[in-house]
Ligand binder design. Structure first.
Ligand SMILES: CC(C)(COP(=O)(O)OP(=O)(O)OC[C@H]1O[C@@H](n2cnc3c(N)ncnc32)[C@H](O)[C@@H]1OP(=O)(O)O)[C@@H](O)C(=O)NCCC(=O)NCCS
Length: 416
């Protein structure tokens, strides 16, 4: 019997989740099912069925993705898996084809995801769009170069108060930085604010501190201490779970707050931006142990819609010749024409008109690689140097990079 991909057809979410967790070898507890009933969207669950058995799963979340100067609707692809007995038979390929058609039908110009392994998704048109940093700083090397700044203060808050303050800060930060995606109220409650007795990562409580200025909260840090008391003293590890700031001074003050805490032997953080201010704040940036990996992958489902959905940093035009084996409607030459005067703002503000053209291509590339440049995470120059794009006319790459330039590295601070 052939495997068939179709929407999940039951009201009971458990069988879907059980199948989705088999490829990761995780158990599915009652609490996990209850949580997912509030996070997953019932009409966006796909399954591959072998007879009645679910052998593959995929889901999409209806998100908003911040793009340079604007935001667009995005499908957040998640819960992707094929059970081990059915791997490498083309089941993921069938699910991705169906998902792409569904996303297009909904009018979402992009799909986004985090990959368990970076090699899986480029073949389906997903390009690496943000880098994801982590660090592991010895406490002995946490000296900061600039002196503390006046203005604002840092205050610890309990979960109830955090529930009111943090989403406001997050919204201000989210809309200012490409790569962020929206959080629902359920996501805040279940994935951010809730304290579990024991989760996958350990029992230590998470503390929240906010930085407040004259007009209210500007940033927050959520952290916990991994305790390790040894005979010679402590070797505690401070884990910064999330530090989000809407202003530069809040970001600096919160890092100072975290780094200068007592009884800390090491400070670790994951999911940090590639342009972390710590590289310039620390006296010894080498000791940060800064590591870069792949972050968010972006698939341009509708090239014209996606390119006209973001803003640009300079006026000018460029003709892109796009190859897209998975989405023939995207294939061919597109002219992006950007006009207007650059506003005195730090983020790209000019609109672009995207139309089909018969003109010669300035740059030829695959849609996967256009996804790498979409949020500003990589430049066309970098693609050409890596052999992943071809410049058709001298100077075209320079022109395109001026249009697509961003003032901050795109960053997605969490996995979904
Ligand atoms: C990753 C996974 C979903 C792939 O499913 P699948 O049905 O085996 O994939 P397909 O058979 O459709 O493979 C399509 C192509 O991708 C390749 N591919 C699939 N998984 C890959 C991987 N992990 N690394 C590299 N290539 C991979 C296949 O070799 C195949 O290539 P080919 O067309 O050149 O032969 C499945 O192996 C799985 O569930 N893994 C564990 C859970 C996981 O990592 N899920 C993804 C979460 S983001």
């Amino acid at each position: 019997m052939p495997v068939e991909v179709r929407p999940y057809g039951s009201d009971d979410l458990r069988p879907f989740l059980v199948a989705a967790e088999i490829p990761f070898a995780y158990a599915v507890r009652d609490e996990y099912v209850r949580d997912h009933e509030r996070i997953l969207e019932r009409d966006r669950l796909l399954c591959a069925y072998d007879g009645d058995a679910i052998v593959g799963t995929a889901a999409a979340l209806s998100l908003r993705l911040t793009v340079p100067g604007a935001e667009v609707a995005a499908a957040g692809v998640t819960e992707v898996g094929v059970i081990p007995s059915h791997r490498r038979r083309g089941i993921l390929t069938s699910m991705m084809t169906r998902l792409l058609a569904d996303v297009r039908a909904r009018g979402e110009p992009v799909a986004v995801l985090w990959a368990s392994e970076a090699a899986i998704y480029p073949r389906f048109g997903y390009g690496l769009a943000t880098m994801d940093a982590s660090f592991d700083l010895p406490g002995a090397a946490r000296a900061l170069r600039p002196a503390p700044e006046p203005g604002g203060h840092v205050r610890l808050v309990d979960v109830a108060e955090a529930g009111g303050l943090l989403p406001r800060v997050f919204e201000a930060a989210r809309t200012a930085r490409p790569g962020f995606v929206t959080r629902t109220a359920a996501w805040w409650e279940l994935h951010v604010l809730r304290e579990r007795e024991q989760d996958r990562e350990g029992p230590e409580p998470t503390f929240t501190a906010v930085h407040e200025g004259e007009d209210g909260p500007e940033g927050y840090v959520r952290y916990r201490m991994r305790h390790a008391w040894e005979t010679h003293g402590h070797e505690n590890v401070l884990e910064v779970r999330e530090l989000i700031a809407a202003t530069g001074r809040a970001e600096r003050a919160l890092w100072r707050f975290a780094l200068e805490m007592d009884l800390v032997g090491r400070i670790r953080a994951r999911h940090q931006p590639a342009d972390s201010p710590l590289l310039l704040l620390l006296s010894e940036p080498r000791r940060l142990g800064f590591t870069l990996g792949d972050g968010l992958f972006v698939r341009l489902v509708d090239v014209a819609g996606a390119l006209s959905g973001r803003r640009y940093a300079a006026a000018g035009s460029v003709v892109l010749d796009v190859a897209d084996a998975g989405a023939p409607w995207n294939e061919g030459r597109w002219r992006l024409a950007v006009s207007g005067d650059v506003r005195a703002s730090s983020e790209p503000s000019l609109r672009g008109v995207v139309e089909r053209t018969d003109d010669a291509a300035d740059i030829a590339l695959d849609v996967t690689d256009l996804g790498c440049c979409y949020l500003g995470g990589f430049t066309f120059g970098e693609l050409v140097r890596a052999g992943r794009a071809v410049e058709g006319r001298p100077g075209a790459v320079h022109r395109a990079d001026a249009l697509f330039a961003v003032d901050r590295a795109p960053w997605c601070p969490e996995e979904f």
